[in-house]
Design a protein around this ligand. Structure first.
Ligand SMILES: [Zn+2]
Length: 427
């Protein structure tokens, strides 16, 4: 949308982008052509459209050597489609561009239909690639489903501490500290109380040192999503209680985990468990959203609405604060058009109904011109449709998984679609 909109990295935004990409990859990844004739094109940011067009012209020329008439025609048609789509762009979008085109058999041999998909990736792509294969090349987009945010890691015990950053899958140990704190056993002749006091002082100044480094390193990261603290013993808790960490970092602590080691080994232990931790963090967020829905309903505040039609209405009147949709909603918005006249209508149906629906359309008279020329020309995920509308009115979007009880409740009790409103509906 508007370029001026400040987009702070939030799991909400990410949940939608990830969902979109996941759905697209699922759909496109399943497609198979007959023989080597599906074209995949990856254009990284910074390339000139003209240069890519030139490359495609060359490929078109080369493809005239293909012996099979059937394959040659399909490959050339696919390249033409890609060129047509590419021409619509004045320049390559900031994250690059991916175009897929190819003849896909719809219903056995001879039923091929040219399908084209244009994807603007959520993160910059780095490959420049043209391929013609029996399947579309999804692997470079697949990569983008992996987490790319930055996390801070502190591993600490009474002897050592290590600070690390985890950016996507890139791990960097930024700093290692040694406490210099004497062991728990005092030397002979020292008073026990004095020894304890000295040791505590040493520990406190060690925490302070580690804390200062953590504040400097982690607060400077613009995309820091959270902090995970690990370590073998109780020191990691004492450290957190010691107030050495800046309050902004404290708020970002996602979890505290036991590790067998400190140092690099301990950091790696934390990284191994990070995906599970992050998943749990997301589940907590999801639970909160659904619990907010339940609260509004329980207190009859009038600030929530649910169900496909009701939410659509609320979206259209621009009063949605947060759109909440279950990942499991499998409803399609289907466009039916007549081949003979300009008749067009939209229908909403469950995904699994679509094949039967299409079958039943065959031979049915058009309501306008009565010719038996009706066909499905476009299908769209309802979630996608709603998400787009929500973006238009600047609403938050939460795509909720089925992994929590609350997520299942959203699907089963509210049909998977609900909205928290900015104010009561007037009617
Ligand atoms: Zn018609």
């Amino acid at each position: 949308m508007e370029a001026s909109k400040v987009s702070t990295p939030s799991t909400k935004r990410t949940s939608l982008e990830r969902f979109r990409l996941k759905r697209a990859l699922e759909t496109i990844g399943k497609k198979e052509g007959r023989g080597t004739q599906l074209v995949s094109l990856y254009v990284p940011p910074g390339r000139q459209i003209g240069e890519v067009m030139g490359m495609l012209r060359n490929e078109y020329g080369t493809s005239s050597n293909i012996k099979s008439d059937f394959t040659r025609k399909n490959v050339q048609d696919a390249i033409t489609k890609v060129q047509q789509r590419l021409k619509l762009f004045k320049q390559v979008p900031k994250n690059g561009l991916v175009i897929f085109a190819g003849a896909i058999p719809q219903n056995g041999q001879g039923s091929e239909r040219m399908e084209t998909y244009v994807i603007t990736p959520p993160q910059p792509i780095s490959v420049y690639l043209y391929r013609c294969d029996p399947k579309f090349h999804m692997e470079y987009l697949q990569e983008q489903l992996k987490e790319k945010e930055t996390y801070g890691i502190i591993v600490i015990d009474a002897n050592d501490a290590a600070l690390a950053t985890l950016e996507g899958s890139r791990l960097q140990i930024v700093r290692a500290e040694t406490s210099g704190v004497p062991g728990k056993h005092r030397a002979g002749g020292q008073s026990a109380r004095r020894f304890e006091r000295l040791r505590d002082m040493h520990l406190l100044s060690y925490y302070k040192r580690v804390g200062n480094h953590a504040n400097t390193i982690f607060l400077a990261l613009p995309n820091l999503k959270g902090l995970i603290i690990g370590g073998p013993g109780p020191t990691k808790y004492d450290f957190q209680k010691s107030d050495s960490l800046n309050y902004m970092l404290k708020e970002k602590i996602l979890d505290t985990v036991d590790t067998a080691y400190t140092d690099e080994q301990g950091v790696k232990e934390v990284v191994e468990r990070a995906p599970e931790i992050l998943k749990r963090v997301r589940y907590v967020e999801e639970k909160k959203v659904v619990q907010e829905l339940l609260y509004e309903i329980g207190h009859d505040t009038g600030l929530i609405t649910y169900g496909e039609k009701e939410v659509k209405k609320a979206l259209e009147s621009g009063i949605v604060k947060t759109l909440v949709v279950s990942e499991a909603v499998d409803i399609l918005r289907v466009t039916v058009k007549c081949n003979n006249c300009d008749y067009e209508r939209q229908e909403t149906m469950k995904e699994q109904i679509l094949p039967t629906f299409e079958q039943n359309l065959i031979g049915q008279p058009c309501p306008k011109c009565t010719a038996p020329s009706l066909g499905v020309t476009d299908t769209r995920d309802l979630v996608e449709d709603y998400a787009e509308q929500a973006e238009r009115v600047n609403a938050n979007i939460e795509i909720v998984s089925m992994e929590t009880e609350e997520g299942q409740m959203l699907k089963n009790s509210f049909g998977g679609i609900a909205a928290i409103l900015r104010f009561r509906q007037s009617d």
